[in-house]
Design a binder for this molecule. Structure first.
Ligand code: PGA
Length: 251
């Protein structure tokens, strides 16, 4: 019922020329893919990637968006700037933004509202750190991130929202949550959404897993009932690996 969505998060990697080359390599490999395929790329790559994906099934995403329409916000990029290029998706609240750039649930909420207002599809990231996990605070942390991050968001807006559950300790570390564990935690996130926004919304909402997802573990993760896709960092930088995740059913 929920169409799986596999999104690459390139982070601060690939110049525009390198981006173009990666997309050219990727295109034939995902031409027959069943899941929705998205690449979220650095701002400076957006035009080149937009041109390169023309005529393919790959969707374009950015890695952040400003909460304001325009104005004195040095270094920020607005939703209109992204829309003009043809950007469809935008990652919001990635743990690296929270960790290194001071993003909070409040700023996530503001960016999310702006993305929805401008008809960009947000991929909102939530997840606990290792310390929080070890102190048994995972549920408490996720509850806060969901309730505050999605504060005042209307039920109907969830049709355009994707959540990415990314345990911070699994990002770029090679450590993955077990499929069972990830499924359980994502089930908890779904139950939070159900309580506030209703059963229909929770049932239709796509929730991805992210954190060292790779060809070797994609099939197992994707087999879980609650996992509707992946947000892929490191493995999205290699066409073969990313395509193998997208085509996990053939593995
Ligand atoms: P990773 O990153 O796949 O390299 O662990 C995932 C992410 O940060 O979105």
């Amino acid at each position: 019922m929920r169409k799986p969505i596999i999104a690459g998060n390139w982070k601060m990697n690939k110049t525009a020329a390198e981006a173009k080359a990666l997309i050219e390599e990727l295109k034939p490999l995902v031409a027959k893919s069943k899941p929705e395929v998205v690449v979220c790329v650095p701002y400076t790559d957006l035009w080149a990637v937009k041109e390169a994906i023309e005529g393919s099934k790959i969707h374009l995403g950015a890695e952040n968006v400003a909460w304001a329409d325009s104005g004195a916000f040095t270094g920020e990029i607005s939703a209109d700037m992204l829309k003009e290029i043809g950007v469809e998706y935008v990652i919001i609240g990635h743990s690296e933004r929270r960790q290194y750039f001071g993003e909070t649930d409040e700023s996530v909420n503001a960016r999310l509202k702006q993305a929805l207002k401008k008809e960009l599809k947000p991929i909102v990231c939530v997840g606990e750190t290792l310390t929080e996990r070890e102190k048994n605070r995972t549920k408490r942390v996720l509850k806060k991130q969901v309730l505050e991050g999605f504060k005042d968001i209307a039920a109907e807006d969830f049709a355009n929202i994707v959540i990415a559950y990314e345990p911070v300790w699994a990002i770029g570390t090679g450590k993955t949550a077990t499929a069972e564990d990830a499924n359980k935690t994502i089930g908890y996130i779904r139950s939070l959404v159900r309580k506030t926004w209703g059963a229909e919304v929770a049932k239709a909402l796509r929730i991805q897993y992210g954190g060292s997802m790779k060809p070797a573990n994609a099939k197992e993760l994707m087999a879980e009932r609650n996992i509707d896709g992946g947000l892929i960092g490191g493995a999205a930088l290699k066409a073969n690996d990313f395509a193998a995740i997208v085509n996990y059913k053939n593995a």
